[in-house]
Design a protein around this ligand. Structure first.
Ligand code: ADP
Length: 339
């Protein structure tokens, strides 16, 4: 626009928001300067340009205002870049949301599959078991020792498979329950678990001690299962050389609690520290120690369901400490509960 056309016009009328432009101008007089004041200039042909307006008062030596120095920076490119970035961000977020939904769906499918499969497998297995037992009972007189031995192996195999299926069902149920996490006193949970283990603990002459435990955000019955499995293992894998001692501890680290279940048992060599948490993985034969290898897999699933982590540190021959983290109960929920 030629200079002569500009002179004498109201500067604020060149902006899409004249009031805001005027307010910016007044701010310069009031405060001495303004920085990056966002405005839009309207071009003659109607298109608009986003600008950042900066201005300062200009004074003479006596301090008298003699003018105003103003500059408007064209930020069209920056705005475009911001818009492109925003769009890229939105696309990314949409992709992540879609992917998460897909994963949740396939996870659900898998859970459903494990559940249905284990359910449906039980039935034919019961049949195998039933007929094998019939064969043994009705035809005992006609069977020689080898045949009886084979039948015994078959029954044993079917019984073990049945136990594996029961375990698989229990495992697949951990998430299916979908329980809400609420403030839970870990002392009460531990006492419940110890109550269930009383028989085997007494038989093995075990001493269990514990710290004062905190209140955490959790599902009481699932957490009891974790304590029960870990302490149950400490009893099962005790050393034949010394009385079995188990200690349950808890230590706060930021917004979470690190629980520990320490024993003085046979220990686990570090190379197996990860493997033992995988379903049906065990380090011993059934003849050495009973079990199917489900206990720690269930613990892992429960702890992760609570947003925590589980791991083991151990010295073979000296003992093991299983650690797991749980989020501390938030104060608001605690207050709700005590009201
Ligand atoms: P299970 O007890 O049925 O074998 P788990 O999943 O509970 O199944 O444990 C997996 C394996 O981890 C066990 O077979 C054992 O070898 C090892 N393990 C678990 N807890 C302990 C422990 N406290 N001390 C030594 N070994 C352990």
């Amino acid at each position: 626009m030629p200079r002569q056309e500009l002179v004498g016009t109201d500067f604020s009328s060149y902006f899409t928001q004249p009031d805001k432009a005027r307010a910016g101008y007044q701010q310069v007089f009031k405060e001495g300067s303004v920085r990056d004041y966002s405005l839009e200039i309207r071009h003659r042909d109607g298109h608009t340009i986003p600008v950042l307006y900066s201005a300062a008062l200009y004074r003479d030596e006596a301090g008298k205002v003699v003018g105003i120095f103003a500059a408007a920076r064209d930020i069209t490119r920056r705005r475009q870049a911001e818009a492109a970035l925003q769009e890229a961000n939105d696309t990314l977020e949409r992709h992540v949301a879609e992917r998460t939904a897909e994963l949740a769906r396939s996870n659900e499918d898998l859970q459903q599959f494990a559940y249905v499969a284990s359910h449906d497998l039980q039935e034919p297995l019961r049949m195998v078991n039933g007929f094998m037992k019939l064969l043994r009972d009705r035809y005992e007189a006609q069977l020689d020792d080898k045949a009886k031995e084979y039948i015994a192996f078959s029954v044993e195999g079917a019984t073990r498979m049945s136990q594996l299926i029961v375990d698989l069902l229990a495992y697949s149920r951990v998430d299916r329950k979908g329980t809400a996490l609420r403030p839970t006193d870990a002392n009460t949970v531990l006492l419940g678990a110890l109550g269930n283990l009383r028989g085997s603990a007494q038989e093995a002459g075990v001493t269990v001690t514990h710290d004062q435990l905190p209140t955490v955000n959790g599902d009481a019955s699932q957490l009891a299962q974790v304590f029960q499995n870990l302490i149950g293992n400490a009893i099962k894998f005790r050393s034949p050389d010394r009385p079995c001692q188990v200690h349950v501890g808890a230590e706060q680290q930021g917004g979470r609690w690190v629980f520990s279940v320490r024993d003085n048992g046979i220990g686990i060599s570090p190379q197996h520290a990860e493997r033992i948490f995988v379903i049906f993985q065990r380090l011993h034969t059934r003849q050495q120690y009973p079990g199917t290898g489900i206990g720690l897999a269930i613990c892992k699933k429960i702890v992760e369901h609570h947003g925590g982590r589980i791991w083991v540190e151990s010295k073979p021959g000296e003992g093991s400490t299983f650690y797991f983290t749980l989020p501390a109960a938030d104060r608001a929920a605690l207050a709700d509960q005590t009201e």
